[in-house]
Design a binder for this molecule. Structure first.
Ligand SMILES: C[S@@+](CC[C@H](N)C(=O)[O-])C[C@H]1O[C@@H](n2cnc3c(N)ncnc32)[C@H](O)[C@@H]1O
Length: 318
């Protein structure tokens, strides 16, 4: 039997439609959302992530005072972004989401190897390291400019920047990395966490239509962002990435792998929660990323299951 391309709980399958009916009920959604939060925080704390302490530290950090400096008042938010998300009524546009993003990202990495008793840092480095290993085979020899689309609080951006900076120390080529996100709250936290100011710029903007000139970057990544988007927005972002990449430059995507047995066999409680807190799940799990990349003009290269839950997709601007 051919491998299944997507889970039965996504798309138009009977199971998926039943789940969608279930989560349409507002009181039930509210109940599930609050329970999901508690479970997430308690599990993370048990695994060694100081969730509440980290949030308090950020609350007292200069993040809020950086908001005006980072916020671009000309940004117009698309409708798909202005919906409740990850159990936050204001989605990514609030302090609570930004203060909890770091802990939530470490929790996500720990889930990948949940039976191995890893520390959050080891799991995070392994997750990003596997991704970088795949990109390495397609990267230009010299990488000067990098863009991380949907950078959130900067974990993906800093990992990427440090990888390429170390890779090129012998040639003494400086690497300039930019993080782009639509949430000024996330970016304010990213700026606080970028203590040594390694990142050249944290930019508040829409990935579908950036202000970067054509041919600006050697490497562009989109990590854990596509599953938050409708397919149409992803396709528009690919077209914009193609415009701002240099010829020979690489686009690398890291996200949930719809073909992964772990994702396909998620326990019902988990996929119901996931679908109820990530409103574009059906779109993502049925979206043909590879075709969309080709459609906008990329040379699609490969899709690799870079860990048990996630896939890395590579495309080149020829
Ligand atoms: C789950 S987070 C990404 C996490 C991060 N890249 C990592 O790997 O740890 C997704 C991010 O994408 C951002 N985002 C969603 N739609 C966007 C868009 N159209 N343009 C720019 N950023 C967007 C959200 O604000 C959010 O911070």
């Amino acid at each position: 039997m051919a491998d299944k391309l997507k889970p039965d709980w996504a798309g138009e399958d009977f199971l998926s439609r039943c789940v969608n009916r279930l989560i349409e009920s507002k009181p039930l959604y509210r109940l599930m959302k609050n329970q999901a939060r508690q479970v997430l925080i308690n599990t993370a704390t048990k695994k060694g992530i100081p969730w509440r302490e980290d949030c308090q530290k950020l609350e007292q950090s200069p993040a809020k005072s950086l908001f005006e400096q980072i916020n671009n008042p000309k940004v117009t938010y698309p409708d798909y972004y202005l919906v409740p998300f990850h159990a936050y009524d204001e989605g990514n546009l609030c302090w609570q989401a930004a203060f909890e993003a770091d802990s939530a990202t470490h929790s996500m990495a720990l889930r990948v190897w949940k039976n191995e008793n890893l520390t959050p840092e080891v799991a995070q480095n392994r997750l990003r390291g596997n991704f970088q290993q795949v990109i390495e085979n397609y990267s230009p020899k010299v990488v000067r400019d990098i863009l991380d689309i949907g950078c959130s609080v900067g974990i993906s951006t800093l990992n990427l920047h440090r990888y390429y900076s170390q890779r090129q120390t012998q040639g003494n080529v400086p690497v300039k990395t930019v993080g782009l996100d639509l949430s000024p709250y996330m970016l304010a936290v990213a700026k606080v966490k970028d203590e040594r100011q390694e990142i050249a710029q944290w930019v508040h903007g829409l990935a579908e239509k950036t202000d970067f000139p054509a041919n600006s970057f050697d490497v562009i990544t989109i990590q854990f962002t596509l599953h938050e988007l409708p397919g149409k927005a992803s396709t528009e972002i690919f077209a914009e990435a193609l415009r701002i990449l240099r010829p020979g430059g690489v686009l690398a995507i890291l996200d949930n792998n719809p073909a992964s047995p772990v994702i396909q066999n998620l326990p019902p409680a988990l996929f119901v929660l996931m679908k109820s807190t990530e409103p574009w799940s059906d779109d993502y799990y049925t979206f043909d990323v590879e075709s969309a990349l080709r459609q906008v003009g990329f040379e699609y290269k490969t899709t690799v299951p870079s860990d048990p839950r996630h896939r890395t997709i590579i495309a080149i601007k020829s």
